[in-house]
Design a protein around this ligand. Structure first.
Ligand code: 13P
Length: 255
């Protein structure tokens, strides 16, 4: 992995437009004289515009959506297409978040189609994979996360690293306060990295950052970010508070 760490906040179904404005008034990370990490936030789509208007001059922050449909337009009530999201100012989209997979029944096939739709509209997909607790305890970590990755690999052929990001989010660590250790994160990231290199080739397989997500907080972000092949973090609950998200962003400042 090369390049800046990525610090991303997934606001899920939280933060009204007013709350988003207030968030940015209070978001003041201090990177001292170190480099600013790449910062991303994923507001609810109804707060996307408010987020763009309220973005500070510094630090620079990109805004994405939490989900897209795979079709570019049409009779899909309640859905948002990749071109719509792009035209509304999103530069990134989450794809295959575990809540989409497990609460809304999204399949690997959906994840693959959405990834293609994102590339087609010039959105950077942040493709999420992760195992459930019973899968991990049954020794199926590799099978599950490589299976989820394999479903999107054909869509990644030809894309350059950083035109997409991967996120490893163990389902048992999301919103539970149960954080994977830096060793757990590295182990899973190494599995994903090996598979990327196998399929995309040594150079290209090294390029995309792999983010860790699951109960990341200011107190554990630094250790996680220092772990081998952890290229960033995808933060849920702790990204809703500007001070705590600033603390995590500061942990991603680099020399
Ligand atoms: P928490 O940080 O609340 O565990 O959520 C993680 C997540 O799902 C980010 O996408």
């Amino acid at each position: 992995m090369t390049g800046k760490p990525v610090i991303a906040g997934n606001w899920k179904m939280n933060l009204t437009p007013d709350e988003v404005r207030e968030f940015f008034q209070n978001f003041r990370p201090d990177f001292q004289d170190r480099g600013q990490p790449e910062l991303l936030v994923f507001p609810s789509s109804v707060s996307l515009f408010a987020a763009q208007v309220a973005l500070p001059q510094a630090p620079s922050i990109s805004v994405g959506v939490q989900n897209i449909h795979w079709e570019s337009a049409g009779a899909f009530t309640g859905e948002i297409s990749a071109p719509l999201a792009r035209a509304a100012g999103a530069t990134h989209t989450l794809i295959g978040h575990s809540e989409r997979r497990h609460v809304f029944g999204e399949t690997d096939e959906d994840v693959s189609r959405k990834t293609k739709a994102a590339f087609g509209a010039d959105l950077v997909p942040v493709i999420c994979v992760g195992e459930e607790l019973d899968e991990r305890t049954a020794g199926r970590l590799t099978e599950v996360i490589v299976g989820q990755l394999d479903a999107v690999l054909p869509s990644l052929q030809g894309a350059r690293g950083r035109e997409y990001l991967l996120a490893y989010e163990p389902v048992w660590a999301i919103g539970t306060g149960e954080t994977a250790t830096p060793e757990d994160a590295s182990e899973a990231h190494a599995i994903l990295r090996e598979r990327l290199k196998e399929v995309l080739g040594e150079d290209e397989g090294m390029r995309a950052p792999i983010l860790y997500g699951g109960s990341v907080k200011p107190g554990n972000a630094s250790d996680l970010l220092k772990a081998p092949d952890v290229g960033g973090v995808l933060v849920g609950g702790a990204s809703l508070d500007p001070d705590s998200f600033a603390g995590i962003a500061e942990a991603g400042a680099f020399i």
